[in-house]
Write a protein that binds this ligand. Structure first.
Ligand SMILES: O=C([O-])CC(=O)C(=O)O
Ligand SMILES: [Mg+2]
Length: 387
C-alpha cells in the first residue's frame, strides 16, 4: 500500500464581496489529490482536500516542498503499525521534517490541505465516513446531527439594506437559525443601521452574529462593543488583530456577550496562547480554528488536547471555513457546530446533495471518506484533477 502521486491545482474562488479587511476579487484555493494504489469497489482510492477561503492557494509550497517529502519517504514508514492503512500522523511528520517551529506563516495552509486529502483516503480505505472513524478512534459516540450557521452579509458594490435583508431572509427560509454579517467595513453609524435592519428582518426567527475580521484597534473595538452590547447577538467575532491577545482580553470588560475568534491562528501553540492570554471565557465564547488553514486534523487533534487540558470543551469550537472536513470533525468529536456559506465559495463549500438544513442543523449522510462523492459539482472538479 502506498501513495503513488500527489496532484495540486490552484483554482479561482473569486467574488466581488469584501469584509472589513480584504476583498475576494482575486481569491484562489488549492485543490489536492492524494492518489493511492489501493482499490475499493473496483475503483482506485484517491483522497481529496482543499484549503479554506481567506488564504490563497498554496501551489508553490505544496509542489516545491511538501509533496516531495511524502513521495520520497519510504512508503512503509507512512503506514500504521499493522500496515493496513496510511497513518496521517506519520505522513504529517514526513511533511514537517526540516521545518523550524514557530513563525507559522502559510505553510500551515499547504500542510492542512494535503492532510485533508490524507484523511479522506484513510476513511475511504476503511470504507467508513470520516466522522465515524474519528469517533471510533476516540472511543466516543458520533452524532451525525450538526449545528450549522449561515455566514454572509458581506459588503459589495451597490448592496443596500434591502439587499442585505433579502440575503438574510433567504438563509432563514433555508432553515438556518443563526446568520452572520460583516461589520467594520463602514462607519459605526452605518454598521449600526445595517445591524438593526437585519435584526428587524429576522425578528425572533434567528440570531445574528457579527464579524469584524480583525479590523479594530482597541478604541474602535470598545466603541463598537458599546453599540453591539445593546442587541442580543449570537457573537462578536474577530474584533482586533488575531495575535493581539491583550486586546481580546480587554474586551471582556466592555462586552459581556459571547465573543468568537481563532480563524487566523494556525497552530496548537497559537491556540494555547489565545486561551492563556486572550481572556476567552469557556462558559460563553467560541473558538473558530480551521484545520484546513492550520496544519490539518493531525494538528487540530493537538489543539483539542490543549483545550481539554485548559478546561475547554470541544463543544465551544465552531470552526471557520464551511467545508465538509470540519463537519466530520464536529459530528465525530463533538464540536459545537460548523460554519456554512450558503451562497459563496462554490463548489467547495456546502453539503452533499440532498442534505438540507432543518432548525439550524444538518444530518451527515453515511458516505465513505469526507463525503465529497456526495456533492456532484465538487466531485466533478476533483475527479478532473486525478481520475
Ligand atoms: O470573510 C472572511 O474572510 C471569512 C470569515 O471571516 C468567516 O467566515 O468568518
Ligand atoms: Mg470570520
Amino acid at each position: 500500500m502506498r501513495i503513488v502521486d500527489i496532484c495540486e491545482v490552484t483554482k479561482p474562488i473569486a467574488s466581488p464581496i469584501r469584509n472589513a479587511y480584504i476583498d475576494f476579487s482575486r481569491m484562489t484555493a488549492s485543490l489536492v489529490a492524494v492518489v493511492t494504489d489501493v482499490e475499493r469497489d473496483g475503483r482506485r482510492v484517491v483522497g481529496y482536500g482543499f484549503n479554506s477561503n481567506g488564504r490563497y492557494g498554496q501551489g508553490g509550497l505544496i509542489r516545491e516542498r511538501f509533496r516531495d517529502r511524502i513521495l520520497e519517504a519510504d512508503p512503509a514508514s507512512l503506514l500504521n503499525e499493522a500496515g493496513s492503512n496510511l497513518d496521517a500522523h506519520r505522513i504529517w511528520a514526513a511533511m514537517m521534517q526540516n521545518e523550524k517551529p514557530g513563525g507559522h506563516g502559510e505553510r500551515s495552509v499547504a500542510v492542512g490541505t494535503i492532510d485533508m486529502a490524507v484523511w479522506d483516503a484513510i476513511a475511504k480505505i476503511e470504507e467508513k465516513p470520516l466522522f465515524r472513524l474519528l469517533a471510533e478512534r476516540k472511543g466516543v459516540e458520533a452524532d451525525p446531527r450538526v449545528f450549522v450557521y449561515a455566514a454572509g452579509g458581506y459588503y459589495y458594490p451597490g448592496k443596500d439594506d434591502s439587499a442585505l435583508r433579502k440575503e438574510m431572509r433567504g438563509y432563514v427560509e433555508r432553515g438556518y437559525t443563526v446568520v452572520k454579517m460583516k461589520i467594520g467595513g463602514a462607519s459605526l453609524a452605518e454598521d449600526q443601521r445595517r445591524v438593526e435592519a437585519v435584526l428587524a428582518e429576522i425578528g425572533d426567527e434567528a440570531r445574528l452574529a457579527v464579524d469584524a475580521n480583525g479590523r479594530f484597534d482597541l478604541e474602535t473595538a470598545i466603541a463598537y462593543a458599546g453599540m453591539l452590547r445593546t442587541y442580543p447577538l449570537f457573537w462578536y467575532e474577530e474584533i482586533g488583530d488575531p495575535l493581539d491577545y491583550q486586546l481580546q482580553a480587554a474586551m471582556a470588560e466592555f462586552y459581556p456577550g459571547p465573543m468568537a475568534t481563532g480563524e487566523n491562528l494556525f497552530s496548537h501553540q497559537d491556540a494555547r496562547n489565545l486561551i492563556r492570554y486572550g481572556g476567552m471565557r469557556p462558559d460563553r465564547d467560541w473558538l473558530q480554528f480551521d484545520c484546513a488553514l492550520s496544519y490539518g486534523l493531525v494538528e487540530y487533534l493537538r489543539t483539542l488536547d490543549v483545550l481539554d487540558r485548559l478546561g475547554w470543551s470541544p463543544s465551544r469550537c465552531i470552526p471557520h471555513g464551511g467545508h465538509q472536513m470540519s463537519l466530520n470533525i464536529a459530528a465525530g468529536l463533538g464540536l459545537g457546530g460548523n460554519e456554512s456559506y450558503p451562497d459563496l465559495f462554490q463548489p467547495y463549500g456546502g453539503f452533499p446533495d440532498g442534505v438540507t438544513v432543518e432548525e439550524g442543523h444538518i444530518v451527515m449522510p453515511e458516505l465513505p471518506g469526507i463525503g465529497f462523492e456526495g456533492k456532484s459539482d465538487l466531485i466533478a472538479v476533483m475527479r478532473a484533477l486525478a481520475e
